[in-house]
Design a binder for this molecule. Structure first.
Ligand SMILES: *[C@@H]1O[C@H](CO)[C@@H](O)[C@H](O)[C@H]1NC(C)=O
Length: 314
């Protein structure tokens, strides 16, 4: 059997089907994971949707920083939705099968949204840099047009960047082996099953992740170097603390996100570390998306005030 998953598939009557292995373990373990993932999913969607609603309904939160936070929450909702519902089905052993096209779409969305997250975090760091280092010019530089362009640019770049590896994967051939050792269609465990040479896919995926991660990391890092040196030059301790509180939530989100990135990318070799990668991916796709709303809601005075108002009105 030799299926080619590209345009010249023509004479193939059935599309190629993959099996997502999910997690090894007995029935009890699978059900516990199912409950945990379901709970996390509902919590993620609710918490992020609440942030979006909160920002939209409170005029005092209508600033670029909170619009970017809205973008991030919107992104997290889709990021988990691209993964978790299918994981839930896999855990129940209801539908481990996934068609080639669904797998490709899932991969495309998960990775594009992941890329967008790097860009958005960099844009948010630049926004904090302008607000802290150029407080007098901030509102004229980061106006409505500028913030809309930066937000739109992040989304566009994320989705354009992943089209190249997605296109290359769509032209791979698969023959026989179809069991993906993962809970979603991640690139590495997927392309090891291919019977064509995957070198170009690996190279393109590597170059793109290199540019996206290092580029956004550089912008974020340089912004924070300027932010921290500006904060340290503030004479009063109270002033330092007040200024730092305007960027601390973002800094925590950045540290968590890049922390899980390091875990994902620093590993001995693709083929030997698939099981480890799977565990880190749980952190990345199921745990981190739920954290952002809570970090902002618990640390930002403006968000806390808005939450308090909503709670007392209810
Ligand atoms: C994303 O940010 C832009 C610009 O700040 C804003 O206009 C837009 O409404 C945001 N999108 C979402 C979904 O919150």
């Amino acid at each position: 059997m030799n299926f080619t998953a590209n345009a010249d598939r023509g004479n193939q009557s059935s599309p190629y089907i993959f099996i997502l292995q999910g997690f090894a373990g007995n029935c009890y373990f699978q059900v516990s994971l199912f409950m945990l993932f379901l709970f996390m999913y509902i919590l993620t969607v609710t918490a992020n949707a609440s942030i979006i609603l909160l920002v939209r309904t409170h005029p005092q939160l209508h600033t670029p920083m909170y619009w970017f936070l809205c973008n991030l929450s919107f992104l997290e909702i889709w990021y988990t939705t691209a993964c978790v519902p299918k994981v839930l089905a896999v855990l129940l052993e209801k539908s481990q099968a996934i068609s080639f096209l669904s797998c490709l779409l899932q991969m495309y969305f998960v990775f594009s949204l992941g890329c967008t997250e790097y860009f958005l975090l960099a844009v948010m760091a630049y926004d904090r840099y302008l607000a802290i280092c150029y407080p007098l010019h901030y509102s004229s530089i980061m106006n409505g047009t500028m913030s809309a362009q930066l937000a739109l640019g992040s989304w566009l770049c994320g989705f354009v960047a992943i089209s190249a590896p997605a296109y290359l994967i769509s032209s791979l051939s698969f023959c026989g082996r179809n069991s993906i050792n993962h809970f979603f269609c991640d690139i590495a465990p997927w392309i090891v099953l291919s019977c064509t040479d995957t070198q170009s896919v690996e190279l393109v995926a590597f170059i793109i992740s290199f540019i996206v991660i290092l580029g956004s990391c550089a912008i974020t890092l340089v912004s924070y170097i300027y932010i921290i040196s500006t904060i340290l030059s503030i004479p009063s301790a109270k002033g330092r603390q007040k200024t730092f509180s305007t960027c601390s939530s973002h800094l925590i989100v950045v540290i968590i996100w890049y922390g899980s990135t390091i875990f994902l990318h620093v590993k001995p070799s693709i083929k030997e570390s698939l099981d480890l990668t799977k565990t880190v991916h749980v952190l990345n796709t199921i745990v981190t998306p739920v954290l952002n709303p809570f970090i902002y809601a618990l640390r930002n005075k403006e968000v806390k005030d808005a939450v308090r108002k909503v709670v007392s009105a209810a």
